[in-house]
Write a protein that binds this ligand. Structure first.
Ligand code: HEC
Length: 377
């Protein structure tokens, strides 16, 4: 209802602003109504992308018209809006060529975004391993959580939303927060703090957004490309005016070598071929299990939450007891849980989903090792 109302209002405003110049077709821009400070249908200022959209339309000599549409459906949102001709441009799509094959063209980059390490105002850090021994708040199922789990000795505190992680930092219930940067200015305003914000450069932790247009609009794409190049300073100033900033930068190559290799693989072999090719000899099995132990204890950092060698800090997290808990279903329970994660747990901690972070091969190695550890009572 709220979204519908603002859509009508924005359309009406654009119509009024268009004035007597009815010749120019409006530039219809798709924006998410609820991702402040990037774009928002609420309040007096409608966000960075909205203001960039207004300037792009002005530069093209066309009236600006917004079409609010939530983007939490990801590619589906792009399909239902931009590719269904509901708008001419969608601001905020990932700056990745080939994201949706030839159907989506991208212009930009528009804005650099990513995960930031947030410290109290007086905080400073020169190296990522200075986090060891500290409580670091992260959001469930975020890439930051995955990265943090590879760092031995950090005490992760997991929340559903990055906003909650930042509030915990403000309340000194955490020493740092490692979160997606967009909500930082908002929580700073809410809590009256000014945090120290450090951009973390590392695999999957930073990306660039773009202006997306549909196939067939090559001319518009080229114009937007040119305009966005010339607007870099202006866009940076708009972002700062919304409170987005970096007080420092650190680089951190956190990704386990195995996961990096995986992303290079062009095509997954079919499961049947893979099984046949990998029927392991006993020696290989031992080597695989040893690799699983190493992944568990250090590389992937499962031991942070499940204890070294899977001797859990409490019964529900003691992974040697899975066979007692699930009997013959324990292998299924393993795959279901490591792939999808688990939100509702007895300790209140969150079990992250690993399907996008750890390779199938690594998870199989951990399973092979855990198999040998199962206790009967
Ligand atoms: C941030 C903490 C955290 C990390 C890191 C973590 N887990 Fe978990 N894991 C949990 C919690 C909490 C549970 C749920 C226990 C419960 O249900 O109360 C869980 C449950 C599981 C279960 C199901 C156990 C059962 O008996 O139901 C498996 C299997 C598991 N984790 C494997 C792993 C593996 C493998 C890794 C590393 C790749 C890993 N976990 C990393 C917190 C974590």
């Amino acid at each position: 209802m709220r979204r519908l109302a603002s859509l009508t209002l924005a359309a009406a405003t654009a119509f009024l602003l268009a004035g007597p110049d009815v010749a120019a077709e409006p530039l219809r821009v798709c924006l998410d109504p609820d991702t402040p400070p990037l774009s928002t249908a609420q309040g007096d200022r409608h966000g960075i992308y909205y203001e960039v959209g207004e300037r792009l339309a002005a530069a093209l000599g066309r009236p600006f018209q917004v079409y609010w549409w939530p983007t939490d459906l990801g590619k589906r949102a792009i399909r239902l809006t931009l590719l269904a001709d509901r708008c001419d441009v969608m601001l905020g799509v990932p700056h990745v060529k080939g994201l949706m094959g030839p159907r989506l063209l991208v212009a930009g980059p528009l804005l650099e975004l990513g995960y930031v390490l947030v410290l109290p105002e007086e905080g400073a850090i020169d190296r990522i391993d200075e986090l060891v021994g500290r409580r670091v708040a992260v959001a469930f199922n975020s890439e930051a959580q995955n990265a943090l789990a590879t760092l031995d000795g950090v005490v992760p505190v997991t929340f559903r939303e990055p906003e909650q992680a930042l509030r915990a930092l403000a309340a000194r219930e955490a020493d740092a927060a490692f979160v997606w940067e967009a909500p930082v200015p908002w929580i700073e305003r809410e809590t009256g703090r000014r945090f120290t914000v450090i951009a973390i450069d590392g695999p999957r932790l930073r990306w660039q957004s773009a202006a997306g247009v549909a196939r067939g609009n090559e001319a518009l794409r080229d114009r937007l490309d040119e305009l966005l190049r010339g607007m870099r300073e202006e866009i940076a100033a708009i972002a700062r005016s919304y409170g987005l900033r970096y007080d420092g930068r650190l680089s951190w190559n956190w990704l386990p070598a195995s996961a990096e290799r995986r992303s290079d693989l062009p095509v997954e072999p079919s499961p049947i071929v893979r099984v046949a090719a990998e029927a392991p000899a006993a020696d290989d099995l031992r080597a695989v299990a040893e690799r699983g132990r190493e992944l568990f204890n250090s590389v992937l950092g499962c031991a942070h939450c499940h204890g070294p060698d899977a001797v859990g800090p409490d019964k529900p997290r003691d992974l040697r007891r899975m066979k007692i808990r699930y009997r013959t279903g324990w292998v299924d329970a393993y795959w279901e849980t490591v792939r999808e994660g688990r939100l509702q747990t007895q300790s209140g901690l969150v079990m992250p989903a690993w399907k996008d972070t750890a390779s199938e091969e690594d998870l199989r190695a951990i399973l092979a090792w855990l198999t040998g550890l199962q206790v009967s009572r």
